[in-house]
Design a protein around this ligand. Structure first.
Ligand code: UDP
Length: 241
């Protein structure tokens, strides 16, 4: 890693400052955690793969007019991003039942939802990211009514684009997490932030149902790095799986 000033180190990424106060560098690590940091490990090449997958997906979304914080990939593990103040709410978009939804509501994993479902979680490690409602977001001032409306509308557009894209490479986009931020240069502007990768999405092979995402790590299914490689390969980002 370079001599740049480290601003923040999270579980899977590090943020560094640049000469431009409104631009940061996002560095992708191989470190993997699950269950709010209780399970720790490393996935070979994950940082390199997630950097490239995030670049590709953010670029696709930008092309259809979704504002994103991504600027450019500058190395194997680093990308330049616009500096944002993260809205402390994680959105989970679900096309099929899986993970915490299956557990909480006693539904079968894999059940196709009649329409996408969006959930909100308050970003708080000490509280273990609790599920919240739209009222909580507004009442506690985490985002304004107008911002919430924009985020919901934008998430629905993102889902249409990503679901179609993954279907075109034979992958079911089961569910995923989105984060949004206010540009430091212009806080009235919201953009899609963070990453979109097999760390933050559930991706199932359409033919076999094989999980190609972080559930392989969470559930000790093996072939974790191979699954991340497979996604990158189908996206045309790697020469072989
Ligand atoms: N997710 C994430 N970060 C989180 C929580 C969830 O990226 O802090 C993603 C997760 O990978 C999955 C989706 O959001 O694709 C839904 O996760 P779920 O609520 O089922 O939680 P899990 O049981 O996976 O922790």
């Amino acid at each position: 890693m370079s001599e740049r000033k480290k601003l923040y180190e999270g579980k899977a990424k590090v943020l560094f400052a640049t000469e431009d106060p409104h631009v940061l560098i996002q560095y992708f690590k191989d470190d993997a955690t699950a269950f709010n940091g209780v399970k720790k490990g490393s996935i070979h090449d994950k940082g390199v793969i997630n950097n490239k997958i995030t670049e590709r997906l953010m670029t696709i979304l930008a092309t259809v007019g979704i504002p994103v914080h991504f600027l450019e990939r500058i190395s194997e593990r680093e990308q330049k991003i616009k500096k944002v103040e993260i809205v402390p709410v994680e959105l989970v978009v679900r096309n099929r039942v899986a993970g915490s939804m299956a557990k909480r509501l006693g539904r079968q994993e894999g059940e196709l939802l009649p329409r996408p479902v969006i959930e909100f979680y308050y970003k708080s490690d000490p509280l273990d990211d609790p599920l919240i409602t739209l009222d909580h977001i507004e009442v506690f001032g985490w985002a304004s009514k107008g911002e919430i409306e924009w985020i919901l509308h934008t998430s629905s557009r993102i889902n249409d684009v990503l679901r179609g894209y993954f279907a075109s490479i034979g992958i079911h986009l089961v569910d995923y997490k989105l984060e949004f931020g206010r540009l430091s240069e212009n806080p009235a502007s919201l953009v899609l932030a963070d990453e979109i990768s097999p760390d933050t999405c559930r991706l199932w092979d359409m033919q076999t149902g094989k999980k190609l995402d972080k559930d392989r790590f969470r559930r000790d299914l093996g072939d974790v790095s191979e699954a991340y490689h497979e996604v990158a390969f189908r996206m045309g980002l790697m020469k072989s799986a």
